[in-house]
Design a protein around this ligand. Structure first.
Ligand code: URA
Length: 236
């Protein structure tokens, strides 16, 4: 798709539209080897070879990132008072239009997808998609067989009617850990489900969305790009 050259550069974090325009007018930008000096000239980011100061632009129409969200940061695009997940992104991943696709509570850790693809996020989050999300939780007391059955039946918490969820006890040396799979994403859902069964969640981490598992090599706060295969795995 052909687009204005200044727009292409700005979308790839080469500065604002105005700054990109300046670079172009100064002759710093080539398209397929030829210097282009008009900011409004058209190029195709996918097929044209665009260079800025001699360095090839690694054009990506959309960005799909996996973050291992640490506790203590908001999963929001911006906040006037508190650090958000976007503040943790390294310079190479920063660009306009990024947002976290779905929220984790401030104190929840683990798998968070950050993208600038609204359609991807919408499909992932739509209740119609029914994409499973898997959480690991440490509780204040162990789960019982009755809890497992209650999760499976679909909890009713006030006016929140939960879809059937899968609750598994995790083998640990005594600590009450559990794994929960939910097929929706209501506000504080997992904590409210456990609270309804008289348990308190002391630690919560998301480890999977669809078939996409958190890359355990990512330290808390670290981010990497998703491969194409991983992007599809969200919906597999
Ligand atoms: N459920 C919760 O209670 N909190 C989260 O952050 C995610 C799911």
């Amino acid at each position: 798709m052909k687009e204005r050259l200044d727009k292409i550069l700005a979308s790839q974090n080469i500065g604002s539209r105005k700054e990109a325009g300046l670079l172009i007018r100064r002759g710093a930008v080539t398209v397929n080897g030829a210097v282009v000096k008009q900011a409004d000239s058209k190029a195709d980011g996918d097929t044209d070879e665009i260079c800025v100061n001699g360095a090839p632009l690694r054009y990506k129409r959309r960005l799909y990132l996996m973050m291992n969200k640490p506790a203590g940061v908001l999963s929001a695009a911006r906040d006037s008072r508190m650090a958000t997940v976007l503040d943790l992104l390294p310079e190479t991943f920063r660009r306009r239009g990024l947002f976290p696709a779905g929220r984790l509570d401030k104190d929840t850790c683990g798998l968070l997808i950050i993208t600038d693809d609204g359609a991807f996020a919408h499909r992932m989050l739509s209740p119609k998609s029914g994409i499973p999300k898997v959480y690991r939780a440490r509780l204040d007391a162990p789960v019982t067989d009755e809890d497992v059955l209650a999760f499976e039946a679909g909890l009713v918490i006030g006016d929140l009617h939960c879809l059937p969820a899968r609750l598994e006890r995790l083998e640990t040396d005594g600590a009450p850990w559990a794994q929960v799979t939910v097929y929706e994403g209501k506000f504080h859902q997992v904590k409210r489900m456990f609270a309804c069964r008289g348990r308190k969640v002391e630690y919560l981490e998301r480890i999977k969305i669809g078939n996409l598992a958190l890359d355990t090599r990512l330290s808390p706060g670290e981010t990497r790009e998703l491969t194409e295969q991983e992007r599809f795995a969200v919906f597999a």
